[in-house]
Design a binder for this molecule. Structure first.
Ligand code: IPM
Ligand code: MG
Length: 356
């Protein structure tokens, strides 16, 4: 099985290197994995003048799964939009039709105290955000910045969703709820936006085929509030691209650190791109302090969802739990009385736990 490894920029290279160590260890133990690296984002721009170089896209298409680090950095902010690192990721999602983004937010017992919320509010929390990833205002046309007659500039983006796009993400979310606590909350802004009124209707229609799932609806502003008021009321949340972007960052903080959260972006056939939900963190890049666990957990999701290696996935997740139990902490999840380690040491600790 071929895995395309796209480290990207900033801490992306440091954290993917740790996940690669873990995967190599599994490969050494007989899991048939072949890893190949390619540049993307700012690194792609530097290597080939394009945030998604042709060769990288080709490798991503050929691979059975993609492990992605993070992209972006202030040095690229002045580039034309087409050349910016973010475009590399957005194009990859679109080109490979990775429409279903799964973002679990789970609180590890050992980290309940690291959350900014009271430990009792988040202890045992286990929610899954299903975010639509190839539509909405992210990709809607028309878009752009135009100069109006008279000289004033106007920025335009278009929020739009087709019924078929809503239906396929609805099915992913209902199916996911079926494997969990069977509760699905669809998040919209149907009191104001027609796009999301259609979203809500299609969710209800799709729900007819899932009588065993309790479907509820919530406005996005209320959901943002409920996530910090009483997050354990949620099981699966399904929402559009932009709301999902925002709510998943918010949900990540419930778990103690955005450095803990993996994600999967899947196409209709189960091929996927796996990445931590955090960004490239240029402020801490190159200092060996970033938390590699979100990327290592993303590799576990990859083993499970795209490579059919359920057992190996479980071993990696157990190894992560073990290092947390043993007290290893990167700076973002450090609390007094635990063992502070750097990026590489954390990667080594997971490999050691895996070997044991
Ligand atoms: C994410 C990120 C991306 C997004 C950026 C880097 C384009 O914030 O994956 O959540 O907005 O989707
Ligand atoms: Mg985001």
């Amino acid at each position: 099985m071929k895995v395309a490894v796209l480290p990207g920029d900033g801490i992306g290279t440091e954290i993917t290197a740790q996940a690669v160590k873990v995967l190599s260890r599994l490969a050494g133990a007989g899991v048939p994995l072949e890893l190949e690296e390619a540049p993307v984002g700012g690194a792609g721009y530097e290597a080939a003048g394009d945030p998604l170089p042709e060769a990288t896209l080709k490798l991503a298409r050929q691979a059975d799964a993609i492990l992605f680090g993070a992209i972006g950095g202030p040095q690229y902010d002045a580039l034309p939009r087409e050349k910016r690192p973010e475009r590399g990721l957005l194009r990859l999602r679109k080109e490979l039709a990775l429409f279903a983004n799964l973002r679990p937010a789970r609180v590890y017992e050992e980290l309940a105290g690291a959350s900014s919320l009271k430990a009792e509010l988040v202890a045992g929390l286990d929610i899954l955000i299903v975010r639509e990833l190839t539509g909405d205002i992210y990709f809607g046309e028309p878009r752009g910045i135009a100069t109006l007659p008279g000289g004033e500039r106007e920025g335009v983006n278009t929020m739009r969703y087709r019924e078929s796009e809503i239906r396929r993400i609805a099915q992913v979310a209902f199916d996911a709820a079926r494997r969990r606590a069977k509760r699905l909350c669809s998040v919209d802004k149907s009191n104001v936006l027609e796009t999301t009124e259609l979203w809500k209707q299609v969710m209800i229609e799709t729900g007819a085929q899932y009588p065993d799932i309790a479907l509820s609806h919530m406005y996005v502003d209320n959901c943002a509030m409920q996530l910090v008021r009483n997050p354990k009321q949620f099981d699966v949340i399904v929402t559009g691209n932009m709301f999902g972007d925002i709510l998943s960052d918010e949900a990540s903080m419930l778990t103690g650190s955005i450095g803990m959260l993996p994600s999967a972006s899947l196409d209709a056939g189960g091929k996927g791109l796996y990445e931590p939900i955090h960004g490239s963190a240029p402020d801490i890049a190159g200092r060996d302090v970033a938390n590699p666990l979100a990327t290592i957990l993303s590799a576990a999701m990859m083993l499970r969802y795209s490579l059919g290696e359920e057992r190996a996935a479980g071993l990696v997740e157990d190894a992560v739990r073990k290092v947390l139990r043993e007290g290893y902490r990167t700076a973002d999840i450090y609390t007094a009385g635990t063992k502070k380690v750097g990026t590489r040491q954390m990667g080594d600790a997971v490999v050691a736990a895996l070997a044991a």
